[in-house]
Each structure stands twice: as C-alpha cells, then as structure tokens.
Write a new protein. Structure first.
Length: 210
C-alpha cells in the first residue's frame, strides 16, 4: 500500500491543517532524521481500510522520496473520532523486528453446528521478520474444526524468514464443547425461631417441620 504526503513547516498549526482536510504526521527511525509531513484525511481513511499495524506502507513525500513505514501510533479524537496525528516508523530494512500481527478467522467451524463454541485464544501473534516480509495478518481457516479440535501455532503456513514468537504448541483457535450451565441449589432457609414455629406458614410457603 502507498500513500502520498507533503512536507509541513513546524510553524503551521496542526488545527489549521486539520481544517484543510489534512492530518499531521511525523516519520522517524534509526536511519532517518525526523520528518514532519501531512497526509490528506480521505487518503488516510482509505489506507486504514486496507492495512493493519503490521502492514508495510510506502509513504511518498512531495512526489519524490519514498519511505517504507509502519503505523506506529494513531491519535484519534475521543468524541469526534477525527484523526489527529500519526507516528510513522521507518524500519531498518535489514534488521528483523517483532510486531503483533492480527489473527483473522475465516470460515465456519463444523463443530459449531454440533453445539460447540469457537474460542479465539490469540487475537494477535507476535512475529519476527525483516520489514519487507512482515505479514499484514495471519489467516486461520477454521472450516474443518470439530468439537475438541484446535489449530496450533505450528499448523499455520509461516513464510520463510517469518518466525512466530509464541510456543509452537500454543493453540490459536479451538472449538470447545458447550459447557452446561451450573445452577446452584438455593441455600436452605435457616430454621425459624421457636416462638414463630407454631404460626401458620404463608400461602405457598414450605410447611414447618414438627
């Protein structure tokens, strides 16, 4: 994925940029000097519809220089949900890094039709790889899972050079049997005082033992 950006002077106020339909951002990384840019909000919205935090993104600045980045931080207004600011991390292309890659479940487990429940044990999997090979998401097809079946970390089709940072025998998703609800028996009422034992029980109440 690619998005265009333009350099912005620090003297330009962030609020003014937003009113013009831009979102301020900063690019930074170990091998580059910090660069302040802005991105059209509509372009950012389109980008975020197609990527995750672990998707390598190309940012072209002023139509010239291209930076390969990850979306490090996205600030959103808590009420208006307007995008306020982006941190774009320029990763060293030769240095492996570890990121949390989201799990996307596909299909309907056949065990659900038999009364089972699909449990997603890991919504994210920490993965180590060089930036260019970092997966945007981990696809997990659960169609063949019956009750009691699981898909483990080692069962997933990891590309060469992409190393999951979880134990290989960890379950990612599993289909569990639906547990019967346990209903506790009501606690027996304490014996009534002796002086009330001779009184008539209310209508529908339990009779008093002799």
């Amino acid at each position: 994925m690619m998005v265009n950006a333009v350099r912005r002077p620090l003297t330009e106020k962030a609020g003014a940029l937003r009113r013009q339909g831009f979102v301020p951002a900063v690019l930074y990384g170990g091998r580059v000097a910090s660069l302040h840019v802005s991105i059209r909000e509509k372009d950012l919205v389109n980008l975020l519809d197609h990527v995750t935090r672990s998707t390598p993104v190309e940012v072209k600045v002023d139509g010239k220089d291209t930076y390969h980045v990850f979306l490090k931080e996205i600030q959103v207004h808590p009420i208006t949900e307007q995008y306020l600011h982006l941190d774009l991390y320029v990763a060293d292309p030769d240095r492996p890094l570890t990121m949390n890659v989201p799990v996307r479940v596909r299909g309907t487990a056949r065990g659900i039709k038999d009364g089972g429940i699909l449990e997603v044990v890991h919504s994210y999997i920490p993965v180590q790889s060089v930036p260019a090979k970092m997966p945007a998401r981990v696809e997990v097809d659960v169609s063949d899972l019956g009750i009691g079946d699981s898909i483990l970390v080692k069962d997933l089709p990891w590309a060469e050079g992409v190393v999951p940072q979880l134990p290989l025998d960890d379950a990612v998703v599993t289909v569990a049997a639906r547990r019967a609800l346990e209903v506790e028996a009501p606690v027996a009422a304490e014996a009534a005082p002796a002086e009330a034992a001779s009184e008539e029980a209310p209508a529908g109440g339990e009779p008093t033992s002799a």
